[in-house]
Design a protein around this ligand. Structure first.
Ligand code: PLP
Length: 395
């Protein structure tokens, strides 16, 4: 199909041309004396992304799922109790992994379209007088439903209960897009991947572990090998890896971090908020609802849009793909066929997003959903004109 493909799934996201070019490198010796010049600054720069000074950064050649596994197996022992909330496909998969790795998971079932409920976590932790619960997991942004949760409030709940559990946070679809503060919220394991806010292909899992998590890794009994913290820490100290690292991704990461630094993290968060507002305005103009049940759950990186009950969201997605060269995110598991998702994170701007909104609008009309053509686009345009970027307001 002529013209550019419109990639609007919530990851992998569009890779900036600068990053693509930076990855086009000949292979080199990853044991050369020069190699650490590439790697050592990456660890330092990634700390700024997680807003941590004493976090230990890990870069594993895997997708984000590998960082989940690494976090669990390095800090917990078989049979350890984990408190986890389930409210979407990714929180479900995270719980499934914890169970398959042999942990005893207490699941808080939450309605899909809502998120982590700190008050429930506090109540359970208060009742856990013997401190049997070793870890609390919280997903900052549930990508399947477009729901963000308040991680600062989870930290307050753990503190209010006076409980020593480790706090694990999934930041796969929030890092570099939503404000995340590892040190302030005392997050012990912040887990992410390369293919969303970091604007890279999938293939690098990115993890930041607090000193408390590193201390836990010294006594944790779960078996691990490829994802072992110790091996990685020893090799990384001098800028090397315990096995062959994915070179082009590391070069791409260096360029992505430069781009992030040029725009500034806070400006990036503001841009994501502004762009998301346009999508939400479009959804309202279509007379539809987001899957997120209440504005407090709205995600600035992905919106899951509920189609009217008589329609199949999968048809909207396939029509958008076939007719308009537009990839929208599928509804997963419980919401399959009920929602389609527009990813609005990473390297994008107003006009790119207006293209996706226009395509979604046409695809919905094509399958018979009664939306007024132009209504969503007009609402998003009005939103963007009313809320220009702060850099532009200052000019
Ligand atoms: N957690 C969340 C919130 C996600 O959105 C995803 C993937 O989209 C994952 C975890 C799993 O990451 P990966 O697909 O990189 O393994």
């Amino acid at each position: 199909m002529a013209g550019r493909h419109f990639l609007f799934v919530p990851g992998p996201t569009n890779v900036p041309d600068r990053v693509l070019r930076a990855m086009l490198v000949p292979m080199e010796d990853h044991r050369s004396p020069k190699f650490p010049e590439l790697t050592l600054p990456l660890f330092q720069d990634l700390k700024k992304i997680f807003k941590t000074t004493d976090g230990q950064i890990f870069l594993f050649p895997s997708s984000g799922t590998g960082a989940w596994e690494s976090a669990f197996t390095n800090t917990l022992s078989p049979g350890d109790k984990v408190l986890a909330s389930r409210f979407g496909q990714f929180t479900h998969l995270w719980i499934d992994m914890a169970q398959r790795l042999g942990f005893d998971v207490q699941v808080l079932e939450e309605e899909w379209g809502t998120g982590v409920k700190p008050e429930k976590i506090e109540e359970i932790l208060r009742a856990d007088k013997d401190h049997k619960i070793k870890a609390v997991t919280a997903c900052h942004n549930e990508t399947a439903t477009g729901v963000s949760s308040d991680i600062g409030a989870v930290r307050k709940a753990i503190d209010a209960a006076g409980h020593p559990a480790l706090l694990f946070v999934d930041t796969v679809s929030s890092l570099v897009s939503l404000d995340f503060r590892q040190d302030q919220w005392r997050v012990d394991l912040a887990i992410s991947g390369s293919q969303k806010g970091l604007m890279l292909p999938a293939g690098l899992s990115v993890l930041s572990a607090s000193p408390k998590a590193i201390a836990a890794s010294k006594t944790a009994k779960s078996k691990r090998c490829y994802f072992d913290f110790d091996d990685m820490i020893k090799a990384n100290a001098t800028g090397y890896f315990p096995y062959t690292p994915p070179l082009p991704l590391l070069y791409g990461l260096r360029e992505a971090l430069k781009i992030i630094n040029e725009e500034g993290l806070e400006n990036i968060f503001e841009r994501h908020h502004r762009l998301a507002g346009g999508v939400r305005a479009a959804v309202k103009a279509w007379g539809l609802q987001p899957c997120a049940k209440d504005p407090k759950w709205y995600s600035d990186t992905v919106t899951a849009i509920v189609v009217p009950p008589a329609f199949n969201a999968a048809e909207v997605i396939s029509t958008a793909y076939r007719r308009y060269n537009l990839s929208l995110g599928a509804g997963l598991s419980q919401v399959a066929g009920k929602v389609f998702r527009i990813g609005h994170l990473g390297d994008l701007n107003e006009l790119m997003l207006l293209g996706a909104i226009a395509g979604a609008e046409m695809a919905m009309a094509d399958v018979g959903i009664p939306v007024q053509l132009g209504s969503g686009v007009a609402a998003a345009q009005a939103h963007y004109r009313a809320a220009p970027a702060s850099a532009e307001r200052a000019a």
